[in-house]
Structure formats: structure tokens, C-alpha cells
Write a protein that binds this ligand. Structure first.
Ligand code: ADP
Ligand code: MG
Length: 245
């Protein structure tokens, strides 16, 4: 059986606005990512990285070209197909987006609410994941009583607790000092390898590039392989994992 990429972007273009204000921000982007790969995307501000991430994450609909996520075409997809794909994706953003009125463990449990678990199972899974990110002794803390790095680790636990096939992270270390940033990506890398999930991570942070299996570079809406940071040839990475039907 031929390996199917988990994320398969072909000649994807994207535009914002209409009529005279229509502006193209992605120009024929192509990118294949296989199961278990950690791909980092670099590039200047305004080059289209977040746009590509939200398209891959089925948070906005694809307009032109082809974008297959877990084998499903997202260009011109119906809302319920997009919702379906979102269930298999964990999102981590620059601002951790934790709910202030919920404790760490409640924030993590929330990510399981759409899934078929009992209350007890949700609590157990959330506790396990918080332990995995080193926050076993902070479970009942509210976000305001956690440091920046700790909040981002809660956000990681929340993104990973439902065992998503794909994790999308948009500048997850931007608000962190160097040490916390390193810790956060190291935890992500370890969990991704343990759980076999695929990571696409946007970053400006040169200090975390070493976690990548592969680095791609976005410039003016065009994507290229980053030759300077290439670590693993793409062809050595793929191994087989089931993809949702
Ligand atoms: P990056 O994440 O690399 O900084 P973005 O994907 O956020 O880049 O933005 C790419 C371009 O699209 C920028 O010129 C930005 O101003 C524009 N843009 C982003 N989001 C929107 C939007 N919702 N409406 C209109 N233009 C947008
Ligand atoms: Mg951005």
C-alpha cells in the first residue's frame, strides 16, 4: 500500500477580500507531511504562515487548489466535513487561550467534551496529560496563578489529551523566555513521538529549530524547503499509520 500523507497540500492559493480589495496571500503552495513528522515553518511576518495553518486546521475553507487533511479534501468542503476533521486536530496558539474561570485540569478536560468519555475518564485522561507535561502538582491552579511557561504547558496538554492525529501550533513559544520555550517544544516533541502524532509548527524562534524533522520556509505566500536547516531527508520519514476514512 502506498503511504498517504497526513497533510497533502497541492497548488493551494488563498485570497482575502472581494472585488477591488481582493488580495492574494498564498500562491500555489504545495506541502506533503507524513505521519509522525515534525515540520517547522519559518518566514517573515505577513508571509501567510497563519493563513496556511488555519486552512490545514479546517478553521477556514480552502478556495483554490487541493488541500487533503487525513485523506479528506478541504477545498470546497462542507462545514460538517470540516468539523469532522477538526476533531482529529489539536491546536496550540501563541496566546494560550485558557479559560480564566477554569482550573488547569478543567481546561484540559474541556477538550474531551466532544468525545465519548465519561466524566471520570475525562478527569483521568486530563490528569495523566498534565502529569506528562510536568504539572501534576498544579492541576487545580487557575491560569492566573501559573507562569507563562506553565500556561503554555496546560495548552499543550489540552491540545494533546484527545490523542489528535495532527497538532498545529502557531508560534507557541513567542510569549516565553528562552528556557520555558525550550521546555515547551521539548515536551511537544516527546509527546508527539510517544503518541505518533504529526506536528506542523510555525515559529520565529531560531532556538527551537532543532526539534524539526524538516523545516519549510514561507516568503510572500510561497513555500520552499529550507535548505540551510534540512536535517532528515523526507523520504526516510514516512511510516504507516491509519488515516481516518
Ligand atoms: P503570517 O502568519 O505569516 O504573519 P498571515 O497569514 O497572518 O501571515 O497574513 C498573510 C497576509 O494576509 C498579510 O498580508 C495579512 O495582512 C493578510 N491577512 C491575514 N488575515 C487576514 C484577514 N482575515 N483578512 C484580510 N487580510 C488578512
Ligand atoms: Mg501568523
Amino acid at each position: 500500500m502506498k503511504m498517504q500523507p497526513v497533510i497533502n497540500v497541492k497548488n493551494l492559493s488563498h485570497y482575502y477580500g472581494k472585488g477591488d480589495l481582493k488580495k492574494q496571500v498564498l500562491f500555489g503552495v504545495s506541502l506533503e507531511i507524513y505521519s509522525g513528522e515534525i515540520v517547522l515553518m519559518t518566514g517573515p511576518s505577513g508571509s501567510g504562515k497563519t493563513t496556511l495553518l488555519t486552512l490545514v486546521g479546517a478553521l477556514r475553507s480552502g478556495q483554490e487548489g487541493s488541500l487533503k487533511v487525513l485523506g479528506k479534501e478541504m477545498c470546497g468542503a462542507r462545514e460538517d466535513d470540516m468539523v469532522d476533521v477538526r476533531r482529529h486536530i489539536g491546536y496550540i496558539f501563541q496566546a494560550h487561550n485558557l479559560l480564566k474561570s477554569l482550573t488547569a485540569i478543567q481546561n484540559v478536560q474541556m477538550a474531551l467534551e466532544l468525545h465519548d468519555y465519561s466524566k471520570q475518564e475525562r478527569r483521568e485522561k486530563a490528569a495523566q496529560m498534565l502529569t506528562a507535561v510536568g504539572l501534576a502538582n498544579r492541576m487545580d491552579y487557575y491560569p492566573e496563578n501559573l507562569s507563562g511557561g506553565q500556561k503554555q504547558r496546560v495548552a499543550i496538554a489540552r491540545a494533546l489529551v484527545s490523542s489528535p492525529k495532527i497538532v498545529l501550533a502557531d508560534e507557541p513559544t513567542a510569549a516565553l523566555d528562552s528556557k520555558s520555550g525550550q521546555e515547551v517544544v521539548e515536551i511537544m516533541r516527546k509527546l508527539a513521538k510517544d503518541f505518533g502524532c504529526t506536528i506542523l509548527l510555525v515559529t520565529h524562534d531560531d532556538r527551537i529549530l532543532h526539534v524539526a524533522d524538516r523545516i519549510v520556509h514561507m516568503e510572500d505566500g510561497r513555500l520552499s524547503a529550507d535548505k540551510t536547516h534540512q536535517k532528515v531527508p523526507v523520504s526516510t520519514v514516512p511510516q504507516s499509520r491509519p488515516i481516518i476514512s
